[in-house]
Structures are given as structure tokens and as C-alpha cells.
Design a protein around this ligand. Sequence first.
Ligand SMILES: Cc1cc2nc3c(=O)[nH]c(=O)nc-3n(C[C@H](O)[C@H](O)[C@H](O)COP(=O)(O)O)c2cc1C
Ligand SMILES: C=C(O[C@@H]1CC(C(=O)O)=C[C@@H](OP(=O)(O)O)[C@H]1O)C(=O)O
Length: 358
Amino acid sequence: MSFNSFGRVFRFATWGESHGPALGAVVDGCPPRLSLSEADIQPFLDKRRPGQSRHTTQRQEPDQVRILSGVFEGKTTGTPISLMIENVDQRSKDYGEIAQAYRPGHADYAYDAKYGIRDYRGGGRSSARETAARVAAGAVARLVIPEVQIHAWVAEIGGDAIDPANFDLEEIDRNPFFCPDPAAAQRWEAMMDAARKAGSSLGAVIECAASGVPAGWGAPVYAKLDADLAAAMMGINAVKGVEIGAGFHAARLRGEENADAMRPATDGSNRPDFLSNNAGGIAGGISTGQPVVVRVAFKPTSSILTPVPTINKAGEATDIVTKGRHDPCVGIRGAPVVEAMMALVLADHKLLHRAQCG
Ligand SMILES: Cc1cc2nc3c(=O)[nH]c(=O)nc-3n(C[C@H](O)[C@H](O)[C@H](O)COP(=O)(O)O)c2cc1C
Ligand SMILES: C=C(O[C@@H]1CC(C(=O)O)=C[C@@H](OP(=O)(O)O)[C@H]1O)C(=O)O
């Protein structure tokens, strides 16, 4: 595996910076003869695209994808699939203040400490603009796992959680928050407006469920499905926590409460009916056939208008006020990225399983 790639069989790497001419992904290991065109990818990019509501960054990027290789006459060829998205709204003059001083919470200081050179026009390589390329790669991954349905939604903003009693999956596409609870979406509107007005930002929790995953994907050590999912989700910008199934709550349960009790299937199959899903669909690193469920915590945006104490490149004390175009709650646009990472990991594990077990 290189510094810059992810996956074992279904692999992808991304390239490009937030303020360069373009960015993209190379997907390798995709099986041949799958139907693929830009139209299969674009709807997922349209969901993640910036500038679609006042609750996201105002940077206007059409995020139109082009397939440059790996497809012939509408079918994958089994060779590397190269995907490119042009940057059209860079406006680097917006970023004067971060050229000299480091934004606490963002990658600026650590990036400079590592490389000694930093593209300060926006976040450069550490900007979550890179997640557009992941979403494009994730759309290709979905073709490999047609039996799986993946949905992610915003479950919590600024500590205010959805009410499971109001959960309606169809609501997700009806509001700018990808929120399945219309009452919560209404509350969040006011919370987001207040945070933005105060020059501040809010964190969020995204939940993602993949149903249709058969029992058997994953491995008991190293290629554990839960370990790969955790790495995939932690690799998304601004993610500070990942839970599988009951997650941290499992530590508060007793053995008999946490165990997902089994009964013979009522549908006559030899698969069990599970009476709960605290495991989040994964036991011993291997899928159980239950929905794979992940919760992902996104921190609040670090680029804010509220002054924050920091240092400049010379090591002197200063305060930074970050102008430019920023997401007041990065978690909102994290939902399509979480879905993409789920698809990429599951596609990889399906192919790994097929390689070993047929
Ligand atoms: C979809 C998305 C959009 C983001 N937009 C912003 C943004 O506008 N401003 C910002 O400071 N951080 C934003 N972030 C978070 C930064 O990219 C992230 O904090 C930074 O790369 C440092 O990495 P870390 O938070 O994982 O340590 C965004 C993250 C995601 C997933
Ligand atoms: C452009 C996008 O989001 C960007 C993510 C981001 C960050 O720091 O992560 C900071 C802002 O842009 P810049 O890189 O210019 O500072 C956001 O606008 C996008 O997601 O397409």
C-alpha cells in the first residue's frame, strides 16, 4: 500500500489540492464489464457539492466528474479508472490570514512541521475538498455491491440529537441537513443561523447503515471489517470518533444485555434471526448478515470568525480570525462522504471474500 491509497483488492488513491486546477481519484482493482458512466457518479457528487445552502461553505463548485480511463463502450475494462473533477472557484485572495498564522484545529501547523512547505491557498491537500474524489470513487464501489443499500444521515448537531420516534428515511433528501427527523431539522436551522451569526461553528454525528451485507465479509485478524471501517471513517477530515453498533455504550451494558441473542430464522433459512444489533452487524471482524451500522463524530469547523490565540510562522503570539468560505458545520456535508467510505470498504471486502472463499 502506498502513502496515498486505500483498500486491498478494490483500491483507490486520490490526488489534487483545494486550489489546484483539478482533483481526482484513481480506482484500481474494479472488476471488468460493469456498466459505468459519469451519470452513475454525478448524483453522489451533487449531494456532497459545496454552496447548496446557507448552512454550508459558499464556495461554488459544480463538481462535474469526467472519466478519463478504465471504461470502454460504457463498461469497466478492469484497468485503472481515472476520475477528474475541475476546481473552478478557488479565489485564493480569501486566504491571506492563514498564509502566515496557523489555524488551531486545522492541519496548518502539523502540515508545515511535516513538509516544511504548505499550499496556504485554503487547506491545500488537507482541505476536505479532497472528499469529492472519495465520493466519486465510492460511486464506482457501489457498482461492485449492488446487493447492499447504504444510507447516511445527520443524527446530531451541536449536541441536539434526532428523536428515533420521528425517524423517516425519506426526509433525508427533503432538508439541507440530511436529517431524518423534520422537527430536529427545524431546530437545527435556528441553531446553525445563531452559530454562524456568532462567528462560530458546530459539530455533528453522522449515522450510516448498510443493509444487504451477507454474513461472511471480513476476517478474524488484520482484515477485520470493523477495523477497516474505523480506519476509513477516521480518515475523513474532522472525524474524531467512530462507533460500530452500540459503540461506547456497549461498555455500559451487561453481557446478557449486549449479546445479540439468536433464534432460528422465521423465513425457513438457516440464517439466525438476531433479536438486537449491538454488534453493528460485525462479530469477530466478520459480517453477521445484520445491517452494518456506524456512527461518526465530526468536530466543529476550526476556521471561524471568532478570534483564536495562535502563533505565526515566526513562532510569535497572535490571534487568528479566519475569513474565506467555510462550512459552519462540516458534519452536514460529511454524510455523503461517510456513505462513500462505507461503499469503498464493503466493495473491497466483497472481493476479498470472493478471492478466498469463492
Ligand atoms: C465535507 C467537509 C467540509 C469541511 N469544510 C471545512 C471548512 O470549510 N473549513 C474548515 O476549517 N474545515 C473544514 N473541514 C474540516 C477540515 O478539513 C479538517 O478539520 C482539517 O483537514 C484537519 O483535519 P482533522 O480535523 O481531521 O484533524 C471540512 C471537513 C469535511 C469532511
Ligand atoms: C471546497 C470545499 O470545501 C472546503 C473544505 C475546507 C476544509 O478546510 O476542509 C475549507 C474550505 O475551502 P478551502 O479549501 O478553499 O479553504 C471549504 O470550502 C469542498 O468540500 O468542495
